[in-house]
Design a protein around this ligand. Structure first.
Ligand code: ARG
Length: 465
């Protein structure tokens, strides 16, 4: 039996049914820091007695006592922490709840924990960007087909392909970076349960103590909305889908039928019965992870779609779908970067890919409209068993060379000279992004350390034991 404060007994199985204790481990230190910021603020503003400072000291200790704090039978980490504090600091613990609700606190802790995870993700994306650019640079002139409908379409290069992947991942980097600074990094603390409190809290100061760049103003939004998480999940899901398509390309290209790439040995497994098999197992997991993450996004959005405004316990259930996808996308990116670094491309010079170039040459040489040139070449191809070389001869023309074709390509195409410039400008952007991220991360990490230090220093100054 669990004694619910003020409500008597509740059978354990019912308490467990509504409990978030297991999930709360993921946000434990963020919850303690949030509590610490709140109590410290009450104290520095003189809103609570000076002796209550002893509870602050215990809260700092709680940062390293996760197992002990969460060992009891409670509804959630907030109750557990308050009970633990009551045990350590006696009646002073009672001030923690003054002007603070679990609703503004959990929303704050989730943002703090997400902030850390998104920074980790952004670092991983940056590493992948660097790997892609390096590999592209080493393969500027290696010809492979560009595909449409999974049929070879036009001549392209490895660099051209890899730069498209780099664009896919860096566009997600920009989206997540925006969400991190403009949405996640705003503080809900001080919003109370939904519409504030009469306690004269300075929300700007609370935000500052936790290293947030600003305040999430509206208290209904701050406590009851989880849009900050659904936007992150949405862009993670979109990134996972992009990676899944790359995985699919490489799986197909590594088949003996295509044989455009050879996957590194450490990324393939053999069959337990067919010794010739080199199965692309890591890529298959990446492809599956996208499905998994889409499932989490669907769960999250579906759980939240029917909830009235303000906090409802459904939100606690939605929490279960936030951090798993982050871990999964981070691992998928790590694996993809490792694979790209060592993958081998085999040059493909398939003459059929030059058909469009031939038709365009017909336009230039004979002054006919493109539709006419297209029909002429199509007819010649049909009459020559779809052999482009013979078709071109039958038209009294010469086949263009691959280099000539590639070099004639305009902006955004595989022209190696343009690709090389493009790689330089993508590298510059990556360097700038690394600089921005380094600065942001150290600012946020130092803010957390600074809060603990500030509390310690102030307590010492006031000789509070
Ligand atoms: N444990 C909850 C969560 O993780 C926070 C508690 C809010 N509970 C409530 N009844 N208002 O979302």
């Amino acid at each position: 039996m669990y004694r619910k404060p003020g409500f008597g007994d509740q059978p354990d199985w019912i308490r467990e049914y509504t409990s978030s204790l297991e999930f709360d481990r993921k946000i434990y230190s963020a919850v303690v820091l949030t509590a610490l910021a709140h109590l410290f603020h009450l104290w520095e503003k003189g809103l609570i007695p000076e002796e209550a400072g002893s509870a602050l000291k215990c809260l700092v200790e709680a940062l390293d006592k996760e197992d002990e704090v969460l060992s009891g039978e409670f509804e959630d980490v907030h109750e557990a922490l308050e009970a633990w504090l009551l045990d350590k600091a006696g009646k002073h613990a009672g001030w923690l709840a003054y002007g603070k609700s679990r609703n503004d606190q959990v929303s704050t802790a989730l943002r703090l924990a997400l902030r850390k995870e998104i920074i980790r993700l952004l670092w991983e994306i940056n590493r992948l960007r660097g790997t892609l650019l390096g590999k592209a640079e080493r393969n500027l002139n290696v010809l492979i087909p560009a595909f449409t409908h999974l049929r070879p379409a036009q001549p392209s290069t490895v660099a051209h392909y890899l730069l498209h992947v780099e664009r896919e991942v860096s566009v997600h980097w920009r989206t997540l970076w925006y969400l991190l600074r403009e949405v996640i990094d705003l503080s809900p603390l001080g919003s109370g349960p939904v519409a504030g409190s009469s306690v004269p809290l300075d929300r700007g100061r609370l935000a500052e103590l936790l290293g947030f760049s600003g305040v999430e103003e509206n208290t209904i939004f701050a406590t009851g909305s989880r849009t900050f998480a659904s936007l992150v999940l949405g862009s993670i899901a979109s990134l996972a889908v992009a990676l899944s398509r790359v995985a699919e390309d490489l799986i197909v290209w590594s088949t003996s039928q295509f044989s455009i790439v050879r996957l590194p040995d450490r990324h393939v497994s053999t069959s337990s019965i067919m010794p010739q098999k080199r199965n692309p197992v890591t890529l298959e997991i990446i492809r599956a992870v996208a499905g998994d993450i889409l499932g989490s996004l669907t769960s999250f959005l579906t759980i939240t779609k029917g909830i009235p405004s303000g906090y409802n316990l459904d939100l606690q259930e939605a929490n279960n779908h936030i951090f798993g996808p982050l871990e999964k996308i981070i691992n998928a990116i790590k694996v993809m970067a490792d694979l790209i670094d060592d993958i081998e491309f085999r040059e493909v010079r398939d003459i059929q890919l030059l058909a469009q170039d031939v038709a365009e040459r017909l336009v230039k040489e004979r002054g006919i409209a493109y539709r006419e040139a297209h029909s002429l070449l199509a007819k010649a191809l049909r009459e020559n068993g779809w052999d482009l070389k013979k078709a071109v001869e039958s038209l009294d023309m010469e086949l263009p060379g691959f280099e000539e074709a590639i070099n004639s390509r305009g902006r955004g195409g595989p022209n190696p000279e343009r690709m090389s410039k493009e790689i330089s400008s993508r590298r510059k952007l990556l360097r700038d992004d690394i600089g921005r991220l380094t600065e942001f991360e150290s600012l946020k990490l130092s803010a957390e350390r600074e809060l603990v230090e500030r509390v310690r220093r102030t307590l010492e100054r006031k000789h509070i034991e």
